[in-house]
Design a protein around this ligand. Structure first.
Ligand code: B12
Length: 138
């Protein structure tokens, strides 16, 4: 329905085309475009991370104009993956007495199904997570 709406919108304006991320292969470089349009950064998970929406945003379509549009550049924000967001969150959980949380380790690492039987057990994961916090002076 959204696709139809974008196509209709483009049809109403001569010289405007609707483009979609799923059209391909080869796929259109939506993530590269997004980095020029929004304050997003690449995350280690390959999705772009937004300072407010985190990893919870996606691109549904783009409108291609014949003329160059002059838009203000997006405001710069530091990459949340390079800041203290991850460490601050772990510190907060540890501070709340959530020691079992440390034992589970990094959940995004655990989400990968490959080699799951080699995943660290709680004591070993906890050891590394504590070391990570200590390395950040927590
Ligand atoms: C093919 C594809 C997949 C394939 C990937 C196959 C493969 N091995 O590449 C599969 C089906 C596995 C997949 C899975 C998912 N995808 Co996908 N996928 C695409 C699609 C359609 C094309 C990607 C592509 O080849 N682009 C072509 C290149 C040339 O475009 P580009 O923008 O210039 O490429 C940039 C990125 O690829 C990036 N990049 C490339 N390599 C690396 C490596 C690292 C470490 C980093 C940080 C960045 C990076 O740098 C490039 C230059 O800026 C895009 C839509 C699109 N058109 O981009 C969605 C897209 C990338 N996917 C998306 C999503 C959300 C997912 C899933 C989370 C879906 C889900 N619910 O599981 C998973 C996440 C998997 C993961 N961890 O990456 C979103 C990402 C939104 C965002 N916030 O960034 C997109 C943009 C779709 C959308 N409608 O918004 N996807």
């Amino acid at each position: 329905m959204l696709n139809e709406a974008a196509r209709n919108l483009a049809a109403d304006f001569p010289g405007v085309r609707a483009l979609f991320p799923f059209e391909g292969p080869p796929y259109l470089p939506f993530q590269r475009w997004a980095r020029r349009a929004e304050p997003v950064h690449p995350s280690p998970l390959r999705q772009l991370i937004h300072p407010e929406f985190g990893l919870w945003h996606a691109y549904r379509g783009a409108l291609l104009f014949r003329e160059k549009l002059h838009r203000p550049r997006p405001q710069r924000h530091p990459n949340p993956c390079q800041g203290t967001a991850c460490i601050g969150y772990l510190e907060e959980q540890a501070g709340n007495g959530q020691k079992d949380f440390l034992g589970r380790g990094c959940l995004s690492r655990r989400a990968c199904p490959v080699g799951l039987k080699y995943a660290y057990r709680p004591a070993q994961a906890g050891f590394h997570m504590q070391a990570l916090l200590a390395a950040h002076g927590c």
